[in-house]
Design a binder for this molecule. Structure first.
Ligand code: FES
Length: 161
């Protein structure tokens, strides 16, 4: 069992959850990804401090944990909103006007890419091909595809708050 770290960025309950992920799978990396998903949910980002504590709990080198945390776009180094809005910037979507949708998102939500609204409810970002090229430019809210990023669809995002 890992030692209690009084400077941990996690609550005692969260520490227990993270410890649980070390035991859940026979392969450490599967548990590690789940642990980082938990951290992303709790903090809406992965900080070096959080990754360092996860590394301690998993008895892994910090660089390994940080490498995983910075490889997958699911994990962010910036604080997302409670709801993450993604507009696809893949080739099909780009050709169908994803740059226009990005400008519309910035104007409608009032914040630049990768920044949460002041109330912390929403943030937006660009993503690579979402596998929905027929709906280009594809719009995602959390993990749910909501169709093309039309001005009307983007305007409705404000109702999500
Ligand atoms: S390029 Fe956007 S969904 Fe495929």
């Amino acid at each position: 069992m890992s030692k209690v770290d009084l400077k941990s960025p996690f609550t005692p309950e969260q520490e227990k959850v993270l410890l649980g992920w070390t035991k859940k799978y026979p392969y450490t990396n599967l548990g590690l990804i789940e642990a980082l998903r938990s951290v992303q949910d709790w903090h809406r980002m992965i900080t070096p401090e959080a990754a360092s504590r996860v590394a301690d709990i998993f008895s892994l080198p910090f660089n390994h944990v940080w490498g995983v945390a910075t490889f997958f776009p699911t994990f962010t180094r910036w604080k997302t909103g409670e709801k993450r809005v993604g507009v696809c910037h893949g080739l099909s979507c780009y050709l169908k006007g994803s740059d226009k949708a990005e400008k519309c998102l910035e104007k409608t939500l009032g914040v630049p890419k990768k920044q949460a609204t002041p109330d912390g409810k929403l943030s937006w970002e660009t993503m690579e091909c979402l596998g929905a090229c027929e709906q280009a430019p594809a719009l995602l809210v959390n993990d749910r595809l909501v169709g093309p990023a039309t001005e009307e669809a983007i305007a409705k995002l404000k109702d999500l708050k």
